[in-house]
Design a protein around this ligand. Structure first.
Ligand SMILES: NC(=O)c1ccc[n+]([C@@H]2O[C@H](COP(=O)([O-])OP(=O)(O)OC[C@H]3O[C@@H](n4cnc5c(N)ncnc54)[C@H](O)[C@@H]3O)[C@@H](O)[C@H]2O)c1
Length: 350
C-alpha cells in the first residue's frame, strides 16, 4: 500500500513524512517540471517520478495520492483520481469554487475512493489542546473568536510578484483564508460573512490589497473576526494567533511562531499553574516530535500527520477522518464569498 504525491513544492516533503507516520511509504511523485520531480524524488528517496499525473496513476498501483499542486488544479486532479477509485489527501484550499467542490463531492458518490483535506492549523498542538479544553468547558460557552495572521511584507509568496497566489480570487488572501475560516468554523459553528474590508498599506504594486478584516456571524449570535496583514513590522516575521471568548474566560492561543495557550479568567493571574501546565505540555509535545522524527517544522508537521493518520484509520474502518469532504465544501463556500467581496472592492476602487 503506497502513496503518491502530485506537486513537488514547498509543502510536499511534509506529506512524505506524514504518510510515513501513518505507516505508508511514498513510492511515486509527479511534477510538471521534470527537474523539480527528479530532485524531489532523489532528496526523499522516492523510487519513481513523473511529469504527468495521468501517467503516474496508470503506471503505479497507488492506494492514495496527496494533492500538493496550486489550488486551480485541485478539482481536476481530484476528479481524475476518484475516477480511478484512488483515495485522496487534498491540500487546502480544497477547491477554488463551490461548484468545483460540489463536483468533487458528486464524484465521491460514484467512486470507492475517499477524501480528506488538510485543515492543518486546527490540529497544531496549541489549537488541538484549546479545542479539548473548550469541549471540557474551561471557558464556559463560546461566544466569539478572533483570528490574526500577521506577515511582514517580505513574506515569500507575497513578495514574489509571479507567485500563483496573486492570480487567485482575493489575491494573496485567497491562499491564506481557508486557515482562519476553518478555525472559526470549528469553534463557532456555521458561518455567515457579514462584512469584508480590504486596504493597501504596503509597497508591492502587484498586491491591490495587503490588509484584510472580515466580520462573520455564527449560529446563536456568536461573532468571529479575521485580520490578515502583510505589513507586520520586521523581516521574515509571521504571527498567527487566536482569541476565543467564552462566558467564563478567554483563551489566547499562539500558532506561529510559537505554539502557546493561555486562559484568562476573572481573578486568574499570569503566573497561574494551569497556564504553566498548558505551556509545558505543548512544548513537551513539540520537542518530543522534533526528537522522535529527527526533523523540525520545515519537514514535519504534527497537524498533517494527525490528519493523514486519521484518514488512513478511517479507510481501515476506524471512525471518520478529522476533516471530511463536507468540512472542505463549507470552507470553500465561505472563502469564496469573502474573495468575491474582495474582488468587488478591487473593481469599485479601479
Ligand atoms: N497546509 C499548509 O499549511 C500549507 C502550506 C503551504 C502550502 N499549502 C497548500 O499546498 C498547495 C501547494 O502549495 P506549495 O506552496 O507547495 O506550492 P509550490 O508552488 O511550492 O509547489 C507546487 C508544485 O506543483 C507543481 N505543479 C503545478 N501544477 C501541476 C500539475 N498540474 N501537475 C503536477 N505538478 C504541478 C509546480 O511545478 C510546483 O513544483 C497549495 O494548495 C497551498 O495552498 C498548504
Amino acid at each position: 500500500m503506497d502513496a503518491g504525491i502530485v506537486g513537488c513544492g514547498f509543502i510536499s516533503g511534509i506529506h512524505v513524512n506524514a504518510w510515513k507516520d501513518a505507516g505508508i511509504s511514498v513510492s511515486a511523485v509527479c511534477d510538471l517540471n521534470e527537474k523539480t520531480a527528479m530532485q524531489f524524488a532523489e532528496e526523499w528517496r522516492i523510487p519513481s517520478y513523473y511529469t504527468s499525473f495521468s501517467e503516474m496513476l496508470k503506471e503505479e498501483d497507488l492506494f492514495a495520492v496527496s494533492v500538493c499542486v496550486p489550488p486551480k488544479f485541485h478539482a481536476n486532479i481530484a476528479l481524475e483520481a476518484l475516477e480511478a477509485d484512488c483515495n485522496l489527501v487534498v491540500e487546502k484550499p480544497f477547491t477554488l469554487t463551490t461548484d468545483e467542490a460540489e463536483n468533487v463531492l458528486d464524484a465521491l458518490q460514484r467512486s470507492s475512493g475517499k477524501l480528506t483535506i488538510i485543515h492543518s492549523q486546527l490540529f497544531e498542538h496549541s489549537i488541538f489542546r484549546a479545542m479539548k479544553r473548550v469541549k471540557a468547558g474551561d471557558i464556559g460557552r463560546v461566544i466569539g473568536m478572533d483570528v490574526g495572521i500577521l506577515h511582514s511584507n517580505d513574506e515569500t509568496m507575497a513578495a514574489d510578484k509571479n507567485h500563483w497566489c496573486h492570480r487567485l480570487a482575493g489575491g494573496r488572501f485567497g491562499e491564506t483564508l481557508p486557515h482562519p475560516v476553518y478555525l472559526l468554523r470549528a469553534f463557532l459553528g456555521k458561518l455567515e460573512v457579514k462584512s469584508v474590508l480590504a486596504d493597501k498599506l504596503g509597497p508591492h504594486p502587484w498586491m491591490p490589497f495587503d490588509e484584510l478584516r472580515v466580520f462573520l456571524e455564527a449560529e446563536g449570535k456568536k461573532f468571529g473576526t479575521i485580520h490578515i496583514s502583510f505589513n507586520a513590522p520586521g523581516q521574515n516575521k509571521t504571527d498567527v494567533h487566536v482569541n476565543i471568548y467564552g462566558t467564563g474566560g478567554t483563551m489566547h492561543a499562539g500558532i506561529y511562531p510559537i505554539s502557546s495557550l493561555m486562559v484568562s479568567k476573572p481573578g486568574r493571574g499570569i503566573m497561574n499553574f494551569a497556564n504553566m501546565a498548558h505551556q509545558v505540555k505543548i512544548w513537551a509535545a513539540y520537542l518530543g516530535n522534533i526528537i522522535a522524527k529527527g526533523t523540525g517544522p520545515r519537514n514535519y508537521s504534527i497537524s498533517h500527520a494527525r490528519i493523514i493518520r486519521s484518514f488512513v484509520q478511517s479507510l481501515n474502518g476506524n471512525g471518520q477522518p478529522l476533516v471530511t469532504p463536507e468540512n472542505g465544501l463549507e470552507n470553500v463556500q465561505v472563502v469564496e464569498q469573502i474573495c468575491e467581496q474582495i474582488e468587488e472592492t478591487r473593481t469599485s476602487k479601479n
